[in-house]
Design a protein around this ligand. Structure first.
Ligand SMILES: C[S@@+](CC[C@H](N)C(=O)[O-])C[C@H]1O[C@@H](n2cnc3c(N)ncnc32)[C@H](O)[C@@H]1O
Length: 296
């Protein structure tokens, strides 16, 4: 038996103007009302900077179809295999982006996946893709920090390379803890940092992106303090590095095709961005953590 989520939406829904519902939600619409300024600002920051339409298309080129996160389909296949998902399991995908993981879990495991993402561009893209696929997925525009769901709603809460955007991680994880069913699983990958001192370049990058990074060890302690048990915190910067290397080769080896779709500035931005990330990996600045935990 899997109970309905009975979702209540936060202020970001209102900032979104019109709520777009996916296949699992039956095509209803809700009109917006008052706009919360801080949510609207965060949404505009994402949609007008890192996740412009062009930005997400070029990310998709480098990460692979439907994805905007380290390793694309490869890491998604490996990480979701840990979950032992069963048909009908309810999954919340926090920061679902273009929907890659949601589509995968619905298609491969028969999970019912609810994706939430603050970026209108991301949700629009995911919804357009969902229209062509007959899967139990829904995508809603929502600031997860402002969201509320009834307690004990989800079998799995899943998030890939999203929570680096969120400053008060402990407050968010307290909510995720509440929304999980007892025995439910948390599976997260996130950008982290090493414990050495930061270079000016890294400080500027983190500030420009509005990222908030913890070490893998501090992340583990935070999850334990929130109340999660069986916390497994893995520093998988090795996978980050392998994926970056593969992704960089993907655009370098297909430069002609890339330039038929994007500008030479896009090419320079991405290749340089990936090379700098590799350098930061090697200098111990930018790490990638994978976290699995249980709500007791
Ligand atoms: C690097 S992308 C990852 C997308 C997706 N998880 C994937 O694996 O392809 C980060 C995503 O986090 C979303 N995001 C950032 N802050 C958010 C917030 N407060 N609430 C919901 N989504 C957020 C962004 O809009 C973006 O889609």
């Amino acid at each position: 038996m899997h109970s309905g989520t009975g979702v209540r939406f936060g202020k970001a829904m209102l900032a979104a103007g019109v709520l777009l519902w996916g296949a699992a939600s039956g095509g209803a619409f809700a009109d917006g009302g008052a706009v919360d300024a801080s949510v609207a600002d965060s949404q505009a920051f994402l949609d007008e900077n890192q996740y412009t339409l062009n930005g997400i298309q070029r990310y998709e080129y480098i990460f692979g179809e439907d994805f905007c996160s380290i390793g694309g389909l490869d890491t998604t296949r490996d990480l979701t295999a840990q979950l032992n998902l069963e048909p009908g399991d309810r999954v919340l995908d926090v920061g679902s982006g273009m929907g890659g993981s949601a589509f995968y879990m619905a298609r491969e495991y028969g999970a019912i996946v609810e994706g939430v993402d603050l970026s209108r561009n991301m949700v629009t893209s995911a919804r357009n893709k969902a229209e062509q696929r007959n899967l139990s997925v829904s995508f809603n525009i929502l600031d997860v920090t402002d969201a509320d769901f009834p307690a004990n709603s989800f079998d799995v809460i899943y998030s890939r390379d999203v929570i680096m955007h969120i400053e008060d991680k402990a407050a968010l994880y307290k909510k995720l803890f509440k929304w999980l069913k007892p025995g439910g699983q948390l599976l997260v990958s996130d950008y982290c940092t090493g414990d050495g001192s930061w270079t000016d370049e890294f400080r500027d990058y983190v500030a420009a992106r509005h990222y908030h990074l913890l070490t893998v060890e501090d992340y583990e302690t935070m999850l334990q303090n929130v109340g999660f048990t069986q916390v497994r915190a893995e520093n998988r910067t090795d996978i980050f590095e392998q994926s970056l290397t593969k992704e960089l080769a993907r655009i370098q080896d297909n430069k002609g095709e890339f330039l038929s779709l994007f500008t030479s500035k896009d090419y320079e931005d991405l290749t340089q961005g990936w090379q700098i990330k590799l350098e930061r990996n090697r200098n111990g600045l930018q790490h990638w953590g994978v976290f699995h935990a249980i709500k007791p």
